[in-house]
Design a protein around this ligand. Sequence first.
Ligand SMILES: [Zn+2]
Length: 552
Amino acid sequence: MTNGPTRREFLGSMAALTMFPLEQERPGLILHNGNIGTVNAAEPHAQAVAISRGRFLAVGSNSDVLNLAGPGVQKIDLGGKTVLPGFIDAHAHPSEAGRLHLRMVDCDLRSVQAIQAALRERASKTPAGEWVLGFKYDDTKTEEERPLTIADLDAAVPDHPVRIQHRGGHTSYANSLGFRKAGIDEKTPDPPGGQISHDPSTGKLSGRVAESANDYFHRVIPLNFTREDCREGVKLISKMLARAGITSATEAQGVPEDLRAYQDAHEAGELLYRAYCFINYHFLDQMLEAGVRTGLGDEWVRVGAIKLVCDGSISERTARLSVPYEGRPNDYGILVMTEEEMYTHGRKAHLAGWQIGTHANGDVGIDTTLRVYERLERESPRRDPRFRLEHCTIVNDDLIRRMKALGAIPTPFSTYVYYHGEKMRYYGADRLNHMFALRSFIDAGIRPTQASDYPPGPFEPMMALESEVTRTDSKGNLWGPKQRITIEEAIRVGTLHGAYASYEENIKGSIETGKLADLVVLGRDPLRENPSTLITIPIERTMVGGRWSFEA
Ligand SMILES: [Zn+2]
């Protein structure tokens, strides 16, 4: 023993070795004097974080972390403000929404008059004869409590063609010149699978068209987004998400243009959130030929799941249900793909190592999707496939048991109860206790995520928290109170669970040493807030990878 190191010296040298990189790496930034909710069960609360090269170098008490400060370190006193991990929107359409925001008037306004004013303003800057376009209009949300009419739109903009898309995406509204350009008049018959609405008293066009009748407009409205436009769209939506405290989002119906737009925006320094880009199944063969699968990319732009679609929508009442919609005894909703089609595409993706995300809203849609997933796992078991059920709105005990057995991930709408309360009555009080079923998922050991589906649902995480914790809409109506969860659970759903859904729980979703420095600074503490005012908590700053993406 005299020539060799003693046990103590040996352990000492080990300690020195593991300390060495830490001593080398000094933090560039320290945030201290904060009320930090880490979402890390081992250390749920901290006062300070040290950040270096985009990651948390240390998380702990003020004194521990400030001790690491070397010369030149930037120190920010948080003044006791609350910090949480950056929010993860696990199902949205941000790249697509960004493109629409570039070209279209945002009609999420509370009166017909306000919409008219916004259209008039856009028309004044639009060359004669060109379309004035709008989106995010919702007929249930204007104070006049009636839908837009052709006369409203003619009065606002008589000399440009106008078309406004409904927030849900299945109906739209136009002015007289718009209908003329689209080749529709009073006598045009409804196309198969579509509807041209008429004023019941006069027989004249009402201004509204639904479903496939929208194609008349698609044929004559040139959107022609260039590669630059797509990049600009990501830049624009980046700022909107950053302002809301979002640091990661899934592009839930991505196409190759979206994947390229994300890369272009990132290269230009304009991407302010981490994108997990699903690929629509129409492009599966091309992706397989190129050898691409889920996970390719880096922590900023990553290829996500293959997207399949099983049934219809919740907000427009076409989800496939086992029990019909309230007051519509023969209406069970629709199935979009057959089980066999889903299996054929799903099998190809599953065998090639892709994650699969299937749009499934109604209990019948979810049952069908689970049958496909169960068959894939039975025939070709794969380690940790993390099958996703996009939306997964209406469940029952059997569906939950099967999801748990498969390890499947639901991404229920987070802001629908609060924002779309007026549409909830179509589902009935009993069914609402089985919708957006966060309580049931969490109790079963399943990891649901926060998901907006923006544009159809608002993406603001504070609205999601309030919606999930209170199950109350903006007018105070309670919908499905059995599914309420605690604020701590809602925060975990909006952060760590979102990271798990994209296989990234080891690099983000909580404030832990070694993880990406993604966080949000809030004006007040959600844990101490009255649940009915959570939505009013201001987002003061958002950080992604150690840099501020938003500062109020
Ligand atoms: Zn969606």
